[in-house]
Design a protein around this ligand. Structure first.
Ligand code: ADP
Length: 661
């Protein structure tokens, strides 16, 4: 059974005794304490956990009001019942207002009433203790939250439904002061629309959105008082009350200006780099055109002269011119390739091809050179390598050409082995490992990485001794990487080198193989010419070309093959001639004044030019070797293209293939 702690405050000792005795009749157990003035009352209250105080209204010179006031002033909370002989209702009301829990007339006091008051007071005490504990916990919680809000860099503020600011943290306060260039703190109750009205991009719209329940993040620009532009990531979050009704919005604003400026700077740098790369690629493309056009004349005329010259000494001079011109063309092509790779303009083919055929072709190409240097040239394809794979055979050819020609260049005795083996294979894919091993001069260990960089050679006297520009390996490595493979080298100075690379290919189904075989049985351009030297005899060819040297070269070749050649210098002239005279084929330059080759072709094909045969075969003659140009040529309706400077065989083969006779 609980023992209630009861305090009787009365200056009259007799009265206290009477009250004490009455308490002895109660059904509840009480421990009684006495006091007779302010000091003794406070002393007991401080020492004991009192459940109920019975306080006499009149304590000589002071009243119950004074005692209550002193108890409150001491920060003590206790339930007080006033006992008095007075019957003044006003005093009763005022005492209750001052904090007393009950007011009893001495005449009405009986054990039941006292018991009731004590147990009611104890209950109130328990509840108020619980309430106090809860309030304290809440206060602690709020203090923690406030500490977090204060420590964050984000400016946080809350507004109510009327857009009035109901709270904010110190980061917001700092932002506010910076924004207005003021030392004055913001005040609760100010209208957010007047705060950021003109500068914050319509915050009221975002707040209105959030007031309708949306929770979102958006970037906003704010121009500060000093016109410094800042970027903020603003998060809008509806605030709800206990009935789940939206009563306001909490906004978190994070200054992302630095991040944004970095991003802008990066983007700018990227664009500038892209523009520079584009300018470089444009420059190279234009230059290549400009250089290839005279090269066409030099190589073409040299070829023609070589056919005609009989004096051996002169032939030798000419051979040298031809060799240098071919070499120069090779360098131009390398530079072009590199610029294409750098500009991301290389498009890979995905066609089935026969590996053995490729390797044999390469062997045929290099055998004379190997014989000349008395080096053995060995090719090995291991048995598990599939006969056909699907991928870019031209790029593979280019890489192997580079590696084998390097191997031959840097080897003076011994052998060169080209090997193809299967690294990994599945039903759909296979990875092939290619290697070119030579017994040549080898490469110093510290140069093994750098030789794959552009314009880099293993030693400074390489160009003088062996020639070259240091581009081949850079191009090859890039081409391998473009095909999702990788390239490497093993080498020792004086002990030869092995360059190897892996490329994943798609496998080819038996059905696809069946479809390819007939195509490959077609006659090659070379065989066409050999078998039937006069295939072009009497062919009526319209050459559309503005450059007189190129006209000359092409005319000489075509005449050599006994064709009839007419020349148009512009697209317009070509259209007139095609409208009046029958031709079997058109060789069309692409860049010409007045009307270029694309437009002229469009007019021929659409019938707009009223030519006699709108379907006449057209072969584009182009000095620029870019993939895009090739695509445009075909899209424009031309049948084929040939890049200048052209090889006699190529020109012959392409005309023979397309001519309509
Ligand atoms: P280039 O041969 O035109 O100089 P590459 O990029 O093909 O350019 O080769 C770069 C350099 O790597 C060469 O100059 C040479 O020093 C070295 N190198 C390449 N292949 C071999 C090889 N098979 N043996 C020895 N050195 C080689």
């Amino acid at each position: 059974m609980k023992t209630y702690q009861v305090l009787i405050v009365d200056d009259d000792e007799f009265e206290r005794k009477v009250f004490n005795r009455t308490l002895g009749y109660l059904n509840i157990k009480c421990e009684i304490h006495d006091a007779y003035d302010v000091a003794s009352t406070l002393q007991v209250l401080k020492q004991k956990d009192i459940d109920c105080v019975f306080l006499d209204y009149n304590l000589g010179s002071i009243t119950a009001f004074d005692i209550i006031e002193q108890i409150k002033a001491a920060g003590i909370q206790v339930n007080i019942a006033i006992i008095t002989a007075l019957k003044d209702q006003n005093i009763a009301v005022n005492l209750l207002k001052a904090g007393a829990v009950d007011y009893i007339n001495k005449a009405d006091l009986n054990p039941d009433k006292i018991e009731q008051i004590i147990s009611a007071a104890a209950t109130i005490k328990t509840y108020s203790k619980q309430k106090n504990d809860a309030e304290l916990a809440l206060k602690n919680q709020l203090a923690k939250i406030e500490a977090i809000l204060e420590s964050t860099q984000s400016a946080i503020f809350a507004v109510d439904k009327n857009y009035l600011i109901t709270g904010f943290n110190s980061a917001f306060s700092k932002l506010y002061q910076k924004y207005f260039a003021t030392n004055t703190e913001p005040q609760k109750g100010i209208d957010i629309q007047t705060v950021f009205s003109d500068r914050l991009a319509k915050p009221n719209n975002s707040i209105t959105r959030s007031l309708s329940g949306e929770n979102f993040i958006e970037e906003q620009e704010i121009v500060f008082h000093d016109f410094d532009k800042h970027y903020f990531e603003m998060s809008y979050n509806p605030i709800k009350n206990e009935h789940n009704e939206i009563i306001g919005v909490a906004v978190f604003a994070q200054d992302i200006t630095d991040k944004k400026r970095n991003e802008e700077a990066l983007l700018k740098a990227k664009n500038e780099a892209l523009q520079a790369a584009q300018a470089k690629s444009d420059f190279l493309s234009n230059m290549s055109h400009e250089i290839r056009t005279p090269m066409n004349a030099i190589i073409g005329i040299t070829d023609l002269l070589l056919d005609k010259l009989a004096i051996p000494e002169n032939r030798e001079y000419l051979q040298s011119i031809k060799y240098s011109a071919d070499n120069l063309l090779h360098i131009i092509n390398d530079i072009l390739d590199l610029s294409k790779i750098e500009a991301g303009k290389v498009e890979l083919e995905e066609e089935p091809f026969n590996l053995e055929q490729k390797i044999n072709e390469l062997k045929r190409t290099f055998q004379p050179k190997a014989n000349e240097k008395k080096i053995e040239l060995i090719t090995i394809i291991t048995k598990d390598v599939p006969a056909y794979v699907k991928g870019d055979q031209f790029r593979l050819n280019q890489i192997l050409l580079n590696l084998i020609s390097n191997a031959i260049k840097f080897t003076s005795k011994g052998s060169i082995t080209v090997r193809v083996e299967l690294k990994k294979g599945s039903a759909e894919n296979c990875t092939l490992l290619f290697s070119v091993t030579d017994s040549g001069i080898g490469i110093a260990e510290d140069k093994l990485n750098s030789i794959f960089d552009t314009f880099t050679q293993a030693s400074t006297d390489t160009t003088r001794k062996f020639g070259g520009t240091g581009l081949g390996l850079a191009i090859s490595k890039n081409l391998v990487q473009l095909q999702q493979g990788y390239m490497g080298v093993h080498s020792k100075l004086g002990a030869g080198s092995t360059f190897y690379f892996e490329i994943p290919y798609k496998t080819v189904s038996p059905q696809e193989i069946k479809n390819i075989v007939p195509q490959q049985n077609q006659m090659t351009e070379g065989t066409l010419k050999k078998n039937n030297a006069s295939l072009l005899s009497g062919a009526r060819i319209l050459l559309v070309e503005d450059n007189s040297l190129n006209q000359f070269v092409a005319k000489q070749l075509l005449k050599k093959w006994e064709s009839e050649v007419a020349v148009a210098e512009t697209g317009v002239e070509a259209l007139h001639m095609l409208a009046e005279t029958e031709f079997d084929i058109v060789l069309m330059d692409l860049q010409m004044p007045e009307m270029n080759g694309f437009e002229a072709t469009a007019q021929i094909r659409s019938g707009a030019a009223k030519v006699l045969n709108p379907k006449i075969p057209i072969i584009a003659l182009t000095a620029d070797a870019f993939e895009e140009t090739r695509k445009r040529v075909i899209e424009a309706g031309m049948n084929d293209f040939i890049t200048k400077p052209f090889k006699q065989d190529d020109l012959y083969g392409k005309i023979s293939r397309h001519i309509n006779r």
